[in-house]
Design a protein around this ligand. Structure first.
Ligand code: AMP
Ligand code: MG
Length: 379
């Protein structure tokens, strides 16, 4: 069960043919289709095959055997007639109609053939895969290690969970939303706590994070203020920065770099900006680090149920709810889209992607990145 939800690291090759022999999909009578001709015919019942037993002998001309669902067909038989379609008396059974070869027979190998690759590496193991692995006799499989991701929040104003915020302080949100996002992306978070807006304090924790994890994610301190020291701290701890500022809303100040083969993401501080930039930049990277072959969230075209406006020169990622309708999904804004309004993420099923200076009119279609399962839920 430990494999559930993990990314497979080896191909699973079937060692067996499933089902191993042709078997009945109904309770009834096994026979030779050629013995039926459209007229009522009477066949001798020469045996009884329950699931879990093998036929005692092959079937000859003019013969049938009582058979039950899942039981192997006797040699010579090529069809099954359900018991409700026959008249049985003593050791004789009367069949009406012409029976097609293969009727109610599950052929050998209809599910899996020996040598088939049944699950490929890079795939996520779900309940069906777990069942198939058990069927094939795999009690253990190799999966990818979860990437370890260090999370560092920065800011003098932050009071961490369990401490009472001072007069000018706010609770630390991002450490927890980001750790949860790491877990949801298949990673293992390492909490580096909160660093004050001081270069040496941030640098020390960044250094430590990069030594103990496969990737580092920081929040806040990447804008243009004089207390925005994260970029400098990343460089001081040996990271090379590759980009800063992306024309998007929310999330513009995002920074990305590497130290060696370890990615470093400097996410903006506003809680929505941090979560949205995690979705768009960090999550795909973690999926790839964790061996998954599909790294992106699904997208769908939805119908705007109200105007969805994205004024300004940056591409918008607007939080929307999705409701199933007769013609696909309908998208509606979650309300105010301020980047500090975390409830917009709580309510959101997806992110509507809207070009700069564009309003999607009600009734027009819009591209939506799906963030969660679309099971109906209470809001
Ligand atoms: P900054 O990029 O440092 O200017 O932060 C932008 C905004 O996000 C400020 O209002 C910060 O107070 C807020 N903020 C930064 N870090 C966090 C955090 N960990 N939890 C909640 N809000 C934060
Ligand atoms: Mg700050």
């Amino acid at each position: 069960m430990g494999a559930l939800g993990r990314v497979l690291a080896e191909p699973i090759v079937s060692r067996a043919t499933i089902p191993p022999w042709p078997n009945s999909s109904m309770d009834g009578y096994a026979l030779r289709a050629q013995d039926t001709n459209g007229e009522p015919v009477e066949l001798a019942v020469v045996g009884r095959i329950a699931a879990g037993t093998m036929p005692s002998r092959p079937l000859g001309a003019g013969e049938s055997m009582r058979i039950f669902t899942g039981a192997p067909l006797p040699q010579g038989a090529d069809a099954v007639v359900p018991q409700e379609d026959v008249a049985a008396s003593g050791d004789r059974v009367t069949i009406r109609g012409r029976i097609a070869p293969g009727a109610y027979v599950r052929p050998a190998g209809e599910d899996v053939r020996a040598g088939d690759v049944v699950v490929k590496p890079g795939g996520v193991l779900g309940a069906a895969e777990v069942g198939l692995l058990a069927t094939l006799g795999y009690a253990q499989v190799r999966v990818y290690r979860r990437p370890r991701v260090a999370i560092l929040s920065t800011g003098n104003e932050l009071a961490d969970l369990g401490t009472q915020p001072g007069p000018a302080q706010i609770p630390n949100t991002n450490t927890y939303s980001l750790m949860a996002q790491v877990i949801e992306a298949g990673g293992e978070p390492v909490n580096l706590g909160v660093a004050p807006d001081q270069l040496d304090a941030i640098t020390e924790r960044v250094y430590w994070g990069l030594a103990s994890a496969d990737a580092l994610v920081t929040s806040a301190g990447v804008s243009v203020g004089e207390l925005d020291l994260v970029r400098e701290a990343l460089e001081q701890s040996g990271a090379e920065l590759h980009l800063w500022q992306v024309s998007m809303r929310p999330g513009k100040p995002i920074t990305f770099g590497t130290r060696g083969d370890r990615p470093v993401f400097g996410l903006p501080g506003n809680p929505v900006s941090a979560m949205v930039t995690f979705e768009l930049f960090v999550r795909p990277a973690l999926r790839r680090l964790g061996g998954a072959d599909v790294i992106d969230r699904p997208r769908l075209r939805a119908l705007a149920l109200e105007p969805i406006a994205n004024p300004g020169s940056r591409r918008g990622y607007l939080r929307v709810t999705l409701t199933a309708g007769a013609h696909g999904y309908g998208a509606r804004l979650t309300g105010d889209q301020g980047s500090a309004i975390l409830r917009s993420m709580v309510l959101a099923d997806g992110l509507a992607v809207v070009a700069p200076d564009t309003t999607i009119g009600a009734g027009e279609s819009v591209d939506v990145i799906v963030l969660r399962s679309l099971e109906p839920r209470s809001r």
